[in-house]
Design a protein around this ligand. Structure first.
Ligand SMILES: [Zn+2]
Length: 222
């Protein structure tokens, strides 16, 4: 039943002065081996660095969100929540992965910072929408983890806030707690008005694409 998204396989056609890249939750605890691992999230490093360079080269804004929880956050099982303890503010697990380059002038927003409030979305309680509007940003290109949780919530909030949203489908990864969760979340985002973009078949770097392609398809079973 998967709907094939209308993926544009070309370099982003950025209106740089109005565009920003938002990388969601690329933190150690969400990587394989981490406290709340997203399978294969570490495969995203080269793709994310590619997109970051693209935006930087155009002097477009690059933003990162991070889960940044107090030690007794309500989402933790130890506090009656759903998830294992993860991304406690100031710990190594909460750090952005060093394999993904953070530009000097990047914006980093912290979410889920209040004990009693969960925040999957990078817009929730962060002031991000206001900050982006202040800078004249109208287009958001979104990547990161996890597709069906924080990426989904961030994309839907961004659309709600009136941004023109593109999901970088070759630079997201899902938890897949139930098989197909990632694909279903993507369908939901597209139905809500997001566009999908993939760098999987670029015109400019065929050799790099050949390396990246097998990992970049979102149409794997399950
Ligand atoms: Zn969290």
């Amino acid at each position: 039943m998967a709907v094939t998204p209308d993926i544009e396989s070309r370099e982003p056609q950025l209106r740089h002065e109005r565009a920003a890249l938002l990388v969601v939750d690329m933190q150690h605890d969400f990587m394989p081996g981490g406290a709340l691992a997203v399978p294969r999230a570490d495969e995203l490093f080269p793709m994310l660095n590619h997109y970051i360079a693209e935006f930087e080269n155009g002097r477009a804004l690059v933003c990162f969100s991070r889960d940044w929880h107090p030690p007794d956050h309500c989402s933790f099982r130890t506090a009656g929540g759903r998830w294992p303890v993860h991304c406690v503010a100031g710990t190594a697990g909460a750090e952005l992965v060093h394999q993904v380059r953070v530009p000097k002038d990047a914006i980093i927003v912290s979410k889920g910072t209040e004990r009693a409030r969960e925040a999957y979305s990078a817009f929730e309680g962060t002031g991000l929408a206001h900050l982006l509007r202040q800078r004249g940003i109208a287009e958001l290109w979104i990547a990161g983890v996890a597709t069906e949780y924080c990426v989904r919530a961030t994309v839907l909030d961004a659309l709600q806030a009136g941004f023109d949203v593109t999901v970088l489908v070759d630079a997201v990864r899902a938890v897949e707690g139930s098989p197909g969760d990632g694909a279903r979340a993507l369908e939901e985002m597209l139905a809500a008005g997001a566009k999908a973009h993939s760098w999987a078949r670029p015109r400019r770097s065929a050799r790099r694409a050949a390396v990246i392609l097998p990992a970049s398809t979102d149409e794997r079973p399950g």
